[in-house]
Design a protein around this ligand. Structure first.
Ligand code: SF4
Length: 160
């Protein structure tokens, strides 16, 4: 475990992933955010290059509830070999159903820059409120570090 992974609350993420109220709340927010994104009709131009974080030169951060929703839907991820999301291959995302909000909102399409910032801010505000309402510890952590930590659950005895 390195320093950027040390503060990631894997037990809290796993506990929330087993709660229907948490999953319903994130799913509802996904539906609302996806509806807003669709209204802008953004275009994906780089076919997953932005999911190759080291190469693309940016980072993506997620909250506890986003990670728990991802874990509930997709299960523990495969091990990460480099600074690339393990779900990014063949030019597309293979974890679309429960991908984090940053993944949903980010488009390199220059025309998206006008609405991305405000939508990100409103989404994060709603997520912060949801953590309080659902009594889930809030963390905002690097997506690759979170995936790395969730990958350790693959070897837990009750998941084998
Ligand atoms: S979850 Fe999907 S969109 Fe998000 S970084 Fe991974 S491949 Fe890209």
């Amino acid at each position: 475990m390195n320093s950027r992974e040390a503060h990631i609350p894997v037990a809290a993420i796993e506990a929330a992933s087993l709660r229907e109220d948490c999953l319903d709340a994130v799913r509802d927010l996904c539906i609302e955010v996806d509806r807003q994104i669709a209204s802008h009709a953004p275009r994906c131009r780089n076919r997953g290059l932005c999911c190759r974080f080291g190469q693309f030169g940016h980072r993506l951060y997620v909250t506890t509830l986003e990670a728990s929703y991802y874990l509930a839907v997709h299960g523990p991820p495969p091990r990460i070999a480099e600074d690339v999301c393990p779900h990014a291959f063949d030019g597309r995302c293979h974890a679309r159903e429960a991908r984090p909000f940053g993944c949903r909102i980010f488009y390199c399409d220059p025309e998206a820059s006008a609405w991305q910032g405000p939508l990100t801010e409103s989404c994060l505000a709603r997520l912060r409120d949801l953590h309080t309402e659902l009594d889930v510890p809030y963390v905002y952590a690097d997506w690759m570090a979170v995936l790395d930590m969730l990958g350790t659950l693959r070897t837990k005895p009750d998941r084998l």
